[in-house]
Unconditional design. Structure first.
Length: 192
């Protein structure tokens, strides 16, 4: 995962942004972008589903459950839904943050082509950092095996944090051995 300590001043945090992030933020300021800190979870879900979500082909039930979970977090004051609008209130990016125990997790987002073109997500995350600077909080960008996404998160001055993982296999003997063999062979047993 990538973590950013928000205790320092915004000026200090901004000074640690990468050159590319600063450049993208400056570009975003050239558009008529505005932020709402109180949009509906379904709006972010729809942004994702109609854009990047096309790659994943999740069933409708997946998005319905996601909406329920996000709404429950918002209603219990654990979650926040932020949106970026361009021009006449056209939503182009949105993010869902969930927080507890002095940690806020950037858990889910959606962006359309206009949002990418205007660097709306950079604009949104910068505003979140600006509004939460000098608080005893850590912004957790969540992990990503996508190198471009990891680079985007690091651009805000976040630091990579690694977590150990333990796997325990309690399957019956023969099934356990097959699973172990699959793991040793890189995930699959070759066919004849």
């Amino acid at each position: 995962t990538h973590l950013l300590d928000l205790i320092p001043s915004y000026e200090h945090l901004y000074a640690n942004y990468s050159t590319q992030t600063k450049r993208n933020l400056k570009r975003s300021l050239g558009y008529s972008l505005t932020i709402s800190q109180n949009i509906q979870p379904q709006e972010i879900i729809d942004l994702f589903r109609l854009n990047r979500g096309k790659e994943y082909k999740h069933p409708p039930a997946y998005y319905k459950l996601l909406n329920k979970l996000m709404l429950a977090c918002v209603n219990k004051n654990f979650g926040q839904c932020w949106g970026v609008y361009i021009g006449e209130k056209k939503l182009c990016a949105g993010a869902f943050f969930v927080g507890s125990n002095k940690r806020v997790v950037f858990l889910f987002s959606g962006v359309n082509k206009q949002g990418y073109d205007t660097h709306a997500m950079t604009f949104l995350i910068n505003r979140f950092i600006e509004e939460n600077a000098q608080q005893n909080l850590t912004l957790d960008f969540e992990g990503s095996s996508d190198t471009d996404l990891a680079r985007f998160y690091k651009g805000f001055g976040s630091k990579e944090a690694h977590f150990m993982q333990i796997r325990k296999n309690e399957l019956p003997g023969p099934v356990k051995w097959i699973k172990e063999m699959q793991s040793e062979l890189g995930g699959g047993i070759p066919s004849k």
